[in-house]
Design a protein around this ligand. Sequence first.
Ligand code: MG
Length: 386
Amino acid sequence: MKTVAIIGSTGSIGLQALDVLADLADEYKIVALAANKNTELIAAQVEKLQPQLVTLQDKEARTSLKSLLRTKKTKVIDCEEPVEAIVSEANADITLVCVVGAAGLLPSLSAAKLGKRLALANKESLVMGGDLLIKTCKEHATELIPVDSEHSAIFQCLLGQDTKELKKIILTASGGPFLNVSKAKMEQASVAEALNHPNWKMGGKITIDSATMMNKGLEVIEAHHLFGLNYDRIEAIIHPQSVVHSLVEYNDGSLIAQLGLADMRVPIQFAFSYPKRAKRSSSLSLIGKRLDFFEPDLTKFACLRLAYEAGRAGRDRPIVLNAANEAAVESFLAQKIAFGSIYKLIAEALSSFPESKSDTLTAKLEIDKSVRAYISRLINSGRWTE
Ligand code: MG
């Protein structure tokens, strides 16, 4: 029986992970649950699953959780950085980090120190602190298994192969809801239009990132850290059907791909079961399927271009990119800015913030914070609504 901690249990990936684990209940035991502030949902999860530990990042929500819980079997972790603390106290065989955004970095680093398995569904922790996270995993012999569907696909395509013979990796992108919409029309899109992803069912932040294609940009940086390749060997191509989840090319010209349903439960489950594969009842038939591939338009999807530039420049540029994106997306979802302003705000932050190189976690979090404050000052100044 393996123990599992789920950090981000009330989000989209967290809920799908609970779904996967419900089917595999004789092999995995959930020992810890954490989330941001969804008190009622996590309380219901605790009553049902009776884990040893639970916490919420938000202090007020944590206090109401304490008064809400009826079970005496679960301890509420209450301290300064509760989500980071629950990871080390749970010391689970597998820690799934599936919180959204920069908030994932602390729990990911905490899990990297356990010397066990980190199932990582938070790409922002690699974008912000990839060098630090990979180094910490190596020092503690922690297995890092990607949950992001593209990276899970590449991880699978590399199994049993000699990575010295790898030529490049190719990440596929659906192109999101605006693939066949003009740039001008896309820039004026409503929140509902941007949230209407054609293939994948995901949380709000990542769905907007898919619509701007920043999601693919963040995934390029994620792949750079996970697979240790320079940016010239990481390609992003559009594949609207989302059947091929990504592929690799070897030196002899062979392409090896992973195909399957557009269902996040598959890569989540694989991150738990690896190196084994657990059964799933549904599968993909290729009969009658058409598969198209083409190059992304970097003028229209300029966020993808910015991400490549920030990744290549390295140092703290990806932190600025990521923080500006998170702050801009949050404001778009709150209907404070236009869709087209997401790109403009990120570009503005990248040109305003000086080149820097931080080595410590504190310094990285400091940059993240000041970029967010900068974006919020820009937004409050007006002029971003169209
Ligand atoms: Mg992905």
